[in-house]
Write a protein that binds this ligand. Sequence first.
Ligand code: ATP
Ligand code: MG
Length: 246
Amino acid sequence: MITVRKLSKVYRVGIEEIHALREVDLVVGNNEMLAIMGASGSGKSTLMNIIGCLDRPTSGEYELDGRAVESMDADELAVVRNEKIGFVFQSFELLHRQTALQNVELPLVYSRARLTVSARRARAVGALTKVGLADRMDHRPNQLSGGQKQRVAIARAILNNPKILMADEPTGNLDSRTTAEILAIFLRLHAEGQTIVIVTHENEVAAHCRRIVRLRDGMIQSDLPVERDEAGRIFQEIVSRVGRAS
Ligand SMILES: Nc1ncnc2c1ncn2[C@@H]1O[C@H](COP(=O)(O)OP(=O)(O)OP(=O)(O)O)[C@@H](O)[C@H]1O
Ligand SMILES: [Mg+2]
């Protein structure tokens, strides 16, 4: 589904060069549920934005669903973003003057599939129902709780049946109960076959994914199935405790 090879991203700020990603290799297969973790500044969002075609790498290759992203022009990228990728952000990114339903419909308004108004509406209602918000469709974002806003954002992200659902700290602004609700939605989508990549700082969220990729200073530090990653974490804890004791 996603193959990146030697992906690098260098930001230039004045005379300074910031190496946000350094030759990252990553393969994400169909129907994976992957967590990306790492300290602040380690390059997680940079990697997400490139995989999500919101940004381009400085160098390296990226193949999405069998196609080389480097070779796509701006129009093709816009189509890919609209139809192949669903995005969920920490801050929800909803339009404040629009209702939940209007927010969810938006990707269809810009889609190549020229649906009628009623067909668009039906799709949006379906997506909102899927995230349990059928009774809040006419609410504006300021009339919704944080968890409800994030569910609207998820409904919008899955509307076009994207190949990949990407979420950058989707529960970063939510309490633990709401985090569990949002996680449950991701798990259900994954069970239905959705490929999901989640950036998270929270161990509980990552522990529910099948695989954890850890970034450090723009490089992949580890890439492990969850059981082994968990074992590694416990081992590290024991090592540090023993270290402190001696
Ligand atoms: N537009 C930009 N211009 C210059 N430097 C940037 C830009 N975006 C990110 N960086 C730098 O690139 C590095 C990686 O940033 P990135 O946002 O990917 O980190 P992150 O892992 O998502 O961190 P956080 O957990 O805080 O969200 C950081 O050192 C950051 O300061
Ligand atoms: Mg980030």
